[in-house]
Design a protein around this ligand. Structure first.
Ligand code: TTP
Length: 398
């Protein structure tokens, strides 16, 4: 099955993490997010991948090259991000006149479910949720989809669209859709046309995750780190203790007195300790430092991030080359245990998580003893003074 993977979007809800890189290239368990999407597609039987790129396209191209896991990779450029139907239209220029699959390059799918989708003919991957109104909801009769309705007040079912489709070859002629209410050209309108022209089956996916906002990047890492198996190739001091599924890549170092509770992955050049505690679905990217008496829990540290001494980082995402001064502490729980809120495009949104820390854009630097409240987002390059307490995000803080 020739497969289009949409990876051209600007990822505005994921800012500041997407200020310098496309969302599909954000790290998930040591690989770019879109590499997991591509792997699921290949596991499901993709014969060729066409990646639709646009925003920060070069990062995607240089990761994949012309082949990924023995499957040929082609690229189509979407110059302006006018919507998912427009992205499919850009990608269709590289397709053969045969049925094709479409996947979102910022979604995690399980390969086993995708295989059922790919085998089914015209189909859409579906997923049951408790509150469907925030999604595209599928109207289904006898497993056939009759339409998809965007964010309905009264949803016709609790089954939603996962952005995974198999379209017949004829759909390559159905891509000129009208602009939607939010001013985008939407692939869901292509799906609605497909439902009018042919039988489209809803294929339930076992597991699926849309990674649109920072806390969903933590969820993606939780999922994919859970799947990792213990592998120790780096240098681990005899007085360190690694519990459970921990990956220490060649070139990573674990010093004396360190305890690491898996799932966790330490990429090449990461150094931990002495006397540090790393636990719960943590990714320490290449060349990261977790120093003396630091605790890191359920967090993602991107390449070159440093938490040198006496700090606590919980349920947080630290961008490239972030540097936490000694004694920086992150709050990740409210006294009332209510879900943590976090700003997304200037508006506070519930993360739905009882535990959530902070999001730091690339090269953020904190002064010693900085205290960061739960849900704070610091833009790339922001600095804090020694002893500063940041209770709320300041969008323009530099
Ligand atoms: P979205 O998540 O809707 O858009 P986005 O990635 O730009 O993020 P945000 O809304 O935060 O700005 O996109 C779904 C998928 O489609 C995603 O993989 C990106 C891709 N896409 C394109 O390739 N081109 C586009 O014009 C758009 C809007 C999305």
């Amino acid at each position: 099955m020739q497969t289009l993977i949409l990876a051209a979007g600007q990822g505005t809800r994921m800012r500041p993490l997407t200020e310098q890189r496309p969302k599909p290239m954000l790290p998930v368990a040591g690989q770019p997010l879109v590499a997991h999407t591509a792997t699921a597609a290949i596991d499901a039987g993709a014969s060729r991948l066409v990646l639709v790129v646009g925003y920060e396209a070069e990062a995607v191209r240089s990761f994949f090259g012309s082949e990924f896991k023995d499957v040929p990779v082609d690229y189509a450029v979407q110059d302006q991000q006018r919507g998912t139907a427009d992205a499919v239209r850009a990608g269709a220029t590289k397709l053969d006149n045969k049925p094709f699959a479409v996947l979102n390059g910022d979604n995690l799918y399980d390969g086993e479910s995708l295989a059922k989708l790919f085998d089914r003919g015209p189909s859409v991957g579906s997923y049951q949720v408790a509150s469907p109104s925030a999604y595209g909801v599928l109207d289904i009769e006898d497993r056939q989809v009759t339409s998809v309705i965007e964010k309905p007040d009264t949803p016709p079912s609790n089954v939603i669209n996962t952005g995974a489709y198999v379209f017949p070859a004829a759909a390559q002629g159905w891509l000129d859709v009208d602009s939607s209410e939010r001013g985008e050209l939407e692939v869901t309108d292509v799906l609605n046309r497909a439902c009018e022209e042919t039988a489209v089956t809803a294929v339930p996916l076992n597991r699926w995750l849309d990674v649109g906002r920072p806390w969903e990047l933590l969820e993606a890492n939780e999922w994919k780190l859970e799947e990792c198996r213990r592998q120790i190739n780096g240098e681990v001091h005899a007085d360190a203790e690694l519990r459970g599924p921990v990956i220490v890549e060649s070139g990573a170092t674990v010093d004396a007195g360190v305890v690491i509770e898996g799932p966790a992955r330490l990429q090449a050049g990461a150094t931990v300790g002495p006397n540090a505690y790393v636990r719960g679905a943590t990714l320490l990217g290449p060349e990261t430092t977790v120093g003396h008496s630091v605790e890191v829990k359920n967090s993602v540290l991107m390449e070159g991030a440093t938490v040198g001494h006496l700090s606590y980082v919980g349920d947080s995402i630290l961008g490239r080359d972030v540097n936490f001064g000694a004694g920086t502490t992150v709050a990740n729980l409210r006294h009332d245990e209510a879900p943590i809120t976090c700003p997304v495009k200037g508006e506070l949104v519930s993360t739905g998580r009882r535990k959530f820390g902070v999001v730091c854009g690339d090269a953020v630097k904190t002064g010693i003893n900085t205290s960061l409240n739960a849900g704070v987002v610091l833009p790339g390059g922001a600095t804090t003074a020694p002893n500063e307490t940041i209770l709320k995000s300041a969008a323009n803080r530099r």
